[in-house]
Design a protein around this ligand. Structure first.
Ligand code: NAP
Length: 278
């Protein structure tokens, strides 16, 4: 039996047990998948526990995606570049770290016929997930990347990092007018802020900026609760293609399951089987 877990704090509302559970059921694997609250500063204790209790692997969420790195024996190239780990495999007492967030996102937009390569990307937000996605977009050959954030400095810092790979990386302040100014030729607009999320009091001031986008642009909201945010509703009304955060969530879990199982699985097939169950 595969012994798995997700660790983080807060962890009560994590969907990981549900997503991995449905995926592993669909694959036909016997497993246990626990949700474990590990506070900041307690990661070493959990690692000792995992090593001595036959844990095969665990997913890592806030606030440990960066903290865990010094405790790993090996880290894969992409996780090293992103300085972020969301999946750890325990093999013969050694810890191997991976990052599957970018893969999850690439597969989710791929399903809709979009990709980073050659695309003009506008990202709203400059938190942890944007550090990973902006670097992935740059490495994959995006034509341009613009990051708009409430705190402009965080967007600037990410821009500095990705300029190693991307010649056209720019940043600015998050506002309706600024989005409109920056997205006239965008191929993909990504909302990576919690604006519009259930339980978050904030929302966009208006959605007029959507009028500036080409009709061919994909509007991608990383939020999965609610499944259709006000941003996605407004984009749909204007005839744009939309994508919520559920597909990224499922695909990053399937990519993690491949590491746990040590073999490839048909991620597109399993995604289709389980997407309506989450
Ligand atoms: P994070 O590190 O906490 O960053 C949050 C970002 O949102 C920051 O850029 C922050 O701006 C901005 N923000 C927060 N409140 C805001 C407000 N009221 N108005 C404007 N901007 C605001 O979070 P994260 O890990 O990057 O995640 C960002 C979003 O992506 C969340 O909604 C999360 O649920 C979602 N996500 C989804 C998936 C998935 O699989 N679908 C995976 C990861 C994340 P400041 O810098 O100014 O604070």
């Amino acid at each position: 039996m595969l012994k798995l877990a997700v660790i983080g704090d807060p962890i009560e509302h994590s969907l990981s047990p549900k997503v991995h559970g449905e995926a592993l059921d669909a694959i036909g694997i016997e497993y246990e998948y626990k949700k474990i609250r590990v506070r900041q500063g307690e990661i070493e204790d959990y690692i000792k526990y995992a090593r001595s209790n036959g844990i095969d692997g665990f997913n890592v969420t806030m606030p440990h995606k960066v903290d865990i790195i010094p405790f790993l024996d090996e880290i894969d190239d992409e996780a090293e570049v992103f300085s972020s780990v969301n999946t750890v495999c325990v093999r013969d007492g050694k810890l191997y770290g991976y990052s599957t967030d970018a893969t999850g996102y690439r597969l989710s937009i791929g399903e809709r016929g979009y990709g980073f390569d050659g695309s003009r990307i506008v990202i709203l937000g400059a938190g942890g997930v944007v550090r990973t996605l902006a670097q992935a977009a740059a490495i994959d050959g995006a034509k341009s990347i613009t990051i708009l954030n409430r705190t402009e400095r965080s967007a600037e810092e990410i821009c500095k990092k990705i300029r190693i790979y991307a010649s056209h990386a720019d940043f600015g302040k998050l506002s309706s007018r600024e989005i409109a100014n920056r997205c006239e030729s965008a191929d993909i607009l990504i909302n990576a802020t919690p604006l519009g999320m259930s339980g978050c009091s904030g929302n966009f001031e208006d959605f007029d900026f959507l009028d500036a986008l080409p009709k061919s642009a994909l509007i991608s909201d990383l939020i999965y609760s609610p499944k259709k945010t006000d941003l996605l509703k407004a984009a749909e009304e204007r005839g744009n293609k939309t994508l919520n955060g559920l597909s990224m969530l499922i695909y990053q879990a399937l990519a993690a399951d491949e590491y746990y199982l040590g073999r490839e699985i048909d991620k597109n097939k399993i995604y289709k089987e389980i997407k309506d169950l989450i």
